[in-house]
Design a protein around this ligand. Structure first.
Ligand SMILES: [Zn+2]
Length: 313
């Protein structure tokens, strides 16, 4: 059985054909939806987003006509009842828009939408389950470390999206009171330390040199102590935030994903030390952290598996 998973990223639209939890075909289209939203009226921007997404889906469905359903991981808050997109912090001007309805008019295939981090969480959950690595109560927390920090909670095998589709906005947990300013309006949010941009800021603060997280990782692997410190700083913030999360939602399994997880060995030690220190003693040693093996494909795989789950229920 084949399902389509769509990952709407910063500058790319990625459409994957997923079979047995693997991407067997991927079509990538250069599409900067943020820029489209900034340079058009909301109505025109929305028409363009629907047109680009539908056309890409039609191209893929032409090649893979047996696909049963389409799942879309969308960077925004999705109303759990109506599936309409209420707001997207990365796509300014869009409020209460109907992605599923707009696309369904143009393609003849069931379409489902979920918040992108929650879709990735669901994908990671299914992969852990397949590998028999999940604890018996089928619950799990996902934290995606990319340009920002996203998260998801799977409760008894189901995506937990919360009352208003805003559950697990973990990137905005405040880890340092009065710390770095964040796009959300607060200061000291996890995202400002444990994301790729957070690592860049940490390195800039000590060396006054602007580098990408990848460049800093390369330096750290070569033994640069400031570069390593920037990653350890990310690890401490993440450990602190995760200890808070686990005290609220007592789970055994956590998956760390997103692009930054590829440099996990650089901040794993600082993360584990901080987590251990901040956890309630009874929980120490009982939280298993798995590093994602899907890296940048989790969004597509998760969206496709979410569509499969929805189509069958
Ligand atoms: Zn914030």
């Amino acid at each position: 059985m084949q399902y389509i998973g769509v990952d709407i990223g910063g500058t790319n639209l990625r459409v994957g054909v997923v079979e047995k939890s693997k991407v067997i075909h991927e079509k990538r289209v250069l599409a900067d939806f943020s820029h489209i939203c900034q340079s058009n009226s909301p109505e025109i921007a929305w028409q363009k987003i629907i047109a680009i997404t539908s056309q890409t889906l039609l191209d893929v469905l032409n090649e893979f006509p047996d696909c049963k359903a389409v799942g879309i991981g969308f960077p925004g808050f999705i109303d759990p009842q109506t599936a309409s997109i209420m707001q997207s912090p990365n796509l300014p001007g869009l409020f209460d828009v109907d992605l599923v309805g707009g696309i369904r008019k143009l393609i003849h295939c069931p379409v489902f939408v979920e918040n992108d981090a929650l879709a990735a969480s669901y994908g990671e959950y299914c992969l852990l389950k397949e590998a028999n690595l999940i604890s018996t109560n089928d619950s799990m927390i996902y934290i995606g470390l990319g340009t920002g920090v996203g998260g998801g909670f799977i409760h008894k095998g189901e995506v937990f999206s919360g009352e208003h589709g805003v559950a697990m906005e973990v990137g905005h947990i405040i880890t340092y009171q009065g710390g770095r300013p964040c796009g959300c309006g607060n200061k000291g949010c996890l995202e400002q330390y444990a994301s790729a941009s957070g690592v860049s800021i940490s390195y800039y603060e000590s060396k006054k040199i602007q580098l990408t997280a990848q460049q800093i990782a390369d330096l750290a692997f070569d033994g640069d102590s400031d570069a390593l410190e920037a990653y350890e700083n990310a690890g401490r913030a993440l450990g602190m935030a995760l200890a808070h999360i686990v005290k609220v939602i007592d789970v055994s399994d956590v998956v760390i994903g997103g692009g930054m997880s590829q440099a996990w060995s650089l901040f794993e030690g600082a993360f584990n030390d901080q987590l251990d220190r901040d956890l309630i003693p009874v929980l120490r040693g009982k939280v298993k952290c798995h590093v994602s093996t899907t890296f940048d494909q989790a969004g597509m795989i998760g969206a496709a598996l979410f569509a499969e789950h929805k189509e069958k229920h």
